[in-house]
Structure formats: C-alpha cells, structure tokens
Write a protein that binds this ligand. Structure first.
Ligand code: TYD
Length: 205
C-alpha cells in the first residue's frame, strides 16, 4: 500500500487533537497501519528541542533561533520517522508540520513567509504532506476552548491574542497559496468537521 502523509494545522485551541484521534480511529478501522506524530517532537532529539522551545524560562529566545529549532526538530523527524514510515506504506498523521513555521515564525513573528518556505523545503529535503487540514477557528472561540481545558499556556501560547490573529492570517495566506491545504470551519461540531475530513481522505486512499 502507498504511504500517505497527512498533517493538521491551526491556531492553538482549534481542535486538532480531537480530529487527529478520530482520523486515526477511522483509518485503523479500514485496516491501515497508522503512525501519529507531533511537531515539534516525535523523536528523542525532537522532544528535547521541544522542551527548549516551549519552556517559559526561555523568554529571551530570538525569533530566528526559534525558527531554526523548529526546523531542526523537523529535519530529525523527517529522516528518523516520516520517510521510513512512508516507505513501509504507513499513514502518517502529523499534528502540525511546516505550515506552522510559515504561520507562526514567518507571519506572526515577522521573519517573512518566503524565507521560511525556503527553509521548510531545506529541512524536509522537499518532502511535503499529501494533504493538510487547516482547522480554522476565530481567536475568541479558540481561547474559550483552551480555557475550558484549563491547561497552562506554554511560551508560544503565551504570546497573546494579537499574535494568534497573525498566526491565523498566516494559515489563511498559506491555504490561499497551496491547494494541498484544505480549510475546514472548525467552529462546527466535531462530527461535522470529521465528516468533511473523511470525504477528502476518501479521495486519497
Ligand atoms: P503544542 O503543545 O504542540 O501546541 P498545540 O497542542 O496547540 O499544537 O505546542 C506547539 C507550539 O509551537 C504551538 O504553540 C505552535 C508552535 N509552533 C510554532 O510556532 N512553529 C512550528 O513550526 C510548530 C511546529 C509549532
């Protein structure tokens, strides 16, 4: 069977965890071998980089440092995990991938989307997802969801509402530039959202 690489994107609190879990369950019910991974992280080296990135004590981290750390974790997960799994015919579901760098570092942090796109390609050796679901939700709705979960914010989530607005605009821009990215209205009920995702995936399988 052909390997498939699926990624999920969106601002913090957009509902990715629910949808990646539903997606996994459904694909497994079809008999597919599914591997779920997350970015940053997913490898031993990547998880250490993740700690550096999300630690609130690192408040002085420069945007460029942040970008390179995300790209470093990405290069590792692509080589160590994603490429081998694709070669084995697995379906890989990745919670965030390089569109997050485009939106967060390229657009919201202001490093520039073009430069980030180039680095994204370098870090992955040109490997792009087969399909990407951008779960689009308003910043106000995302905050409500996050508050109801009562989780503590990490360093990047603490950057504020204006920052989240810029991230959202970054994803909208990425989606307008690349047909690979499917925008889903994430304010809808989880079953409705998943129905739309399933429909798209059926054409890929
Ligand atoms: P995570 O706990 O995975 O957040 P979420 O559960 O919302 O996906 O933390 C990842 C954080 O890192 C999140 O705020 C988004 C940010 N991020 C970037 O800024 N750039 C990137 O390239 C990636 C992959 C994530």
């Amino acid at each position: 069977m052909k390997g498939i690489f699926i990624t999920f994107e969106g601002i913090d609190g957009c509902g990715k965890s629910t949808q990646t879990a539903l997606c996994r369950e459904w694909l497994e019910s079809l008999g597919r071998d599914v591997l779920m991974v997350r970015e940053p992280g997913g490898t031993k080296i990547g998880e250490r980089i993740r700690e550096l990135l999300l630690d609130k004590k690192n408040s002085s981290m420069a945007p460029m440092t942040e970008l390179f750390l995300f790209e470093a974790a990405r290069a590792q997960i692509v080589e160590e995990t994603i490429k081998p799994a694709l070669a084995e015919g697995k379906v890989i579901i990745c919670d965030r991938f390089f569109d997050s760098s485009y939106a967060y570092q390229g657009c919201a942090r202001g490093l520039g989307p073009e430069m980030v796109s180039r680095l994204n390609m370098d870090a992955t050796g040109g490997l792009a997802p087969d399909i990407t679901f951008f779960l689009d939700i308003s910043v106000a709705d995302a905050i409500r969801r996050r508050n109801s979960r009562g989780e503590e914010k990490d360093r990047i989530e603490s950057a504020g509402d204006d920052f989240q607005e810029k991230v959202r605009a970054g994803f909208v821009r990425a989606a307008s530039e690349d047909k690979r990215i499917v925008t889903i209205d994430a304010a809808a009920a989880p079953e409705i959202i998943f129905g739309q995702i399933k429909e798209k995936l059926e054409t890929l399988l």
